[in-house]
Write a protein that binds this ligand. Structure first.
Ligand code: MTE
Length: 311
């Protein structure tokens, strides 16, 4: 069963940008049901997308908050500044390399990938390890569906994701020694194939803003936000667990699994509760849920692991 979001957490959806409201109203009035082909450059807008029954609820955090409160460390450790600087990232054309333990490796143009995928809207909770959360309507497709197209071999046990490396634009890739660049993340193969695991190309019915990971990012809603790697250029299927940026930086703070878990505190703060951005007026803090509320769907993946200890 999908958790419904209580009224106290509902954020006024009229907070959408005016521009978006007007465009949507025009499209609705013309009765158009065409889903435009994706083009990274032309700011795709989607209407009448299939609404996934994997969605958490229907009410979302105002898009202004999601678009301005961003973590994009290649650009800056300051959320506002990262948002501004990310606008300089060229994202068209974009290709994705898929390699490793697969029968059909290759480098694919994003538009070609999208022509073969059914895009849908998925409303997911998003929980950052910093103890804030949002509810976001992503537009995307299942990572598992993409992986099936390249025929993973039985030796593929893990997946490594790599973000774009562009030090001439992403200043911290030259100067910042905290994280290893390019930004990398990883999943176990069964986590990657899970129906909830999404590759997002949009949110709020429009192309992903650059600061939120355009043109392609990972969304794994039961894990802490840092697993949701942005601007993906490479996916490798591997026999062994990959090294990943945050885990390499501080193993005891940023675990490979990083499942949202109120039972395991971050070494420097509690994970018992979180600030749901945009709803602080109604609910100053909400209780953090195990697996971010997706336990019914994903707990079986971890049945052999002790939830009190692993992170
Ligand atoms: N991906 C890349 N390439 N670079 C980053 O700095 N930050 C991570 C994750 N993905 C990050 C990234 C962190 S720490 C979080 S919380 C989320 O993206 C934030 O996503 P948002 O900015 O869209 O809210």
């Amino acid at each position: 069963m999908i958790n419904k979001i209580p009224n106290s957490e509902i954020t006024d959806s009229k907070a959408f940008k005016d521009r978006r409201r007007i465009i949507k109203a025009i499209l609705a009035a013309t009765g158009s049901s065409i889903v435009p082909a994706f083009a990274a450059s032309d700011n795709a807008r989607w209407q009448n997308l299939p609404k996934s029954n994997l969605s958490t609820g229907i009410m979302t955090t105002p898009s202004e908050i999601v678009e301005n409160y961003t973590n994009y460390y290649e650009f800056s450790f300051n959320k506002k500044e990262a948002t501004k600087l990310a606008q300089s990232l060229p994202i068209d054309p974009w290709s994705l390399q898929i390699s490793g333990e697969v029968e059909k490796p290759g480098t694919f143009i994003l538009e070609d990938i999208l022509r073969q995928q059914t895009l849908e809207e998925r409303i997911y909770r998003f929980r950052c390890v910093e103890a804030w959360s949002m509810v976001i309507p992503w537009v995307g497709f299942s990572l598992g569906d993409l992986l099936k197209k390249v025929n993973p071999l039985s030796t593929a046990k893990f997946i490594k994701f790599t973000s774009i490396y562009q030090p001439e634009i992403m200043a911290n890739q030259n100067t910042n020694t905290v994280l290893e660049w390019p930004y990398t993340e990883g999943l176990r193969i069964d986590e990657a194939m899970h129906p909830l695991t999404l590759l997002a190309v949009g949110m709020y019915g429009e192309t992903l803003p650059k600061q939120n990971g355009a043109p392609l990012r990972l969304i794994v809603p039961w894990k802490y936000g840092f697993k949701n790697i942005k601007a993906i250029v490479k996916i490798e299927l591997l026999k062994k667990p990959p090294t990943t940026s945050w885990n390499t930086f501080a193993r005891n703070e940023y675990g490979f699994y990083a499942n949202v878990n109120p039972l395991v505190k971050h070494p420097r703060w509690s994970q018992n509760s979180e600030r749901l951005l945009g709803s602080e007026f109604f609910t100053p803090r909400r209780k953090t849920e195990l697996f971010n509320g997706y336990g019914e769907q994903v707990a079986a993946l971890y049945k052999d692991m002790d939830l009190r200890h692993f992170f």
